[in-house]
Ligand binder design. Structure first.
Ligand code: FO1
Length: 328
């Protein structure tokens, strides 16, 4: 079975671990978000690609959900001693090696997709990990700080500011000029099932869909498209998705996000193409099932807390079961 997953960082990576456990024989292609990428100290850092690669490859810091396990921060300390910023981004020593290899290969002319494949040769994540594009896309957030309106890099908003101020706008800079990475559209067209995991619907899944061609490919796919709500009981399970959902005028509820992704084939001409055939909400949001179904999207209420591998595998199985129901 060929499964395509549009994944962001921590939530997407954890879901993928459960999906692999639920379907060890499946061929899983992950289309990874690169809008979180940041250039620091001359290095290109790809947080969401690395989180998927480390999580599935066994190198992740489990507690943080990002960066390498058994990490040290001597390089970061030395940079701070030189007064070279920014000091708010936790760049670990072992993680720096990944960015050195990536930046060296990019400098030699390899596209990000080839670099990612090379890094995965070491980590063997057990999925094919494709960046959404080989072109440079960086998500910036418009905020008001000390009475002044500024556009800052997503990582500064997320890490330095902890999303403590409203996001006035979220812009994937460069997305309009970008193209899907090699293999992305072919994987979507060949998929038996396409999954939207509980990643951030704006800055992760939304950014992937902003690459021209990807949203239309998912909307046109024969494969059932099944999403899993990243919001449970009106709040994000992890992270601060509610802050960026507000920026695009979407309520932080399971129903609102389903409507935001839209029902496959139901969108009006001027609206973005609808994507979903099915949507999973948590049992606490069981009341939402009727609303989501009224929007033309099949909906089931199941446990959506990824408390451990078994719970996450059960979520993945529920999504694949719904895909079969939709296909029938
Ligand atoms: O909250 C934080 N997240 C950090 N993250 C997580 C990152 O901001 C988010 O995981 C994604 O960008 C959003 O999914 C890192 C990820 C990396 O790959 C490398 C370094 C970091 C450093 C931090 C950090 O200092 N604090």
């Amino acid at each position: 079975m060929r499964i395509v997953v549009l994944a962001g960082g921590i939530g997407g990576a954890r879901f993928l671990r459960g999906l692999k456990a639920a379907r060890p024989e499946a061929e899983i292609t992950v289309i990874g978000n690169t809008g979180d990428d940041i250039h620091l100290f001359g290095l290109k850092v790809c947080p969401d690609l690395d989180t998927v690669m480390y999580t599935l490859g066994g190198g992740i810091d489990e507690e943080k959900g990002w960066g390498r396990d058994d990490e040290s921060f001597r390089v970061k300390e030395e940079l701070a001693a030189y007064g070279v910023g920014p000091d708010w981004f936790g760049l670990g020593d072992r993680d720096v090696a990944t960015h050195l290899v990536r930046t060296q290969m990019l400098g030699a002319g390899y596209p990000l997709s080839a670099v990612t494949e090379a890094l995965c040769d070491r980590w063997k994540p057990g999925v094919r990990l494709l960046p959404m594009t080989d072109d440079r896309v960086e998500t910036h957030v418009a905020v008001e700080e000390d009475g002044e309106r500024r556009a800052i890099h997503f990582q500064e908003y997320w890490v330095r500011m902890r999303a403590s101020v409203d996001a006035l706008a979220v812009v994937p800079v460069g997305a309009e000029q970008s193209a899907p990475a090699p293999g992305v559209l072919a994987a979507i067209a060949a998929a038996d099932v396409i999954l939207l995991p509980p990643s951030n619907p704006v800055v992760s899944v939304g950014t992937i869909l902003a690459v021209p061609g990807i949203r239309d490919a998912v909307a046109a796919a024969d494969a059932p498209v099944i999403g899993l709500s990243p919001l449970v009981g009106g709040a994000p399970v992890r992270g601060m998705a509610d802050k960026v959902l507000a920026a695009i005028g979407v309520e932080a509820t399971a129903t609102a996000v389903a409507r935001h992704y839209g029902a496959k084939g139901a969108a009006a001409d001027d609206a973005p193409a609808g994507l979903l055939d099915g949507w999973l909400v948590d049992e606490v949001d069981a009341a939402a099932v009727a609303d989501v179904e009224a929007a033309g999207i099949r909906c089931r209420a199941v446990p959506l807390m990824m408390t451990d591998l078994d719970a996450t595998a059960a979520m993945a199985r529920a999504a694949l079961t719904l895909a079969e129901e939709v296909r029938a």
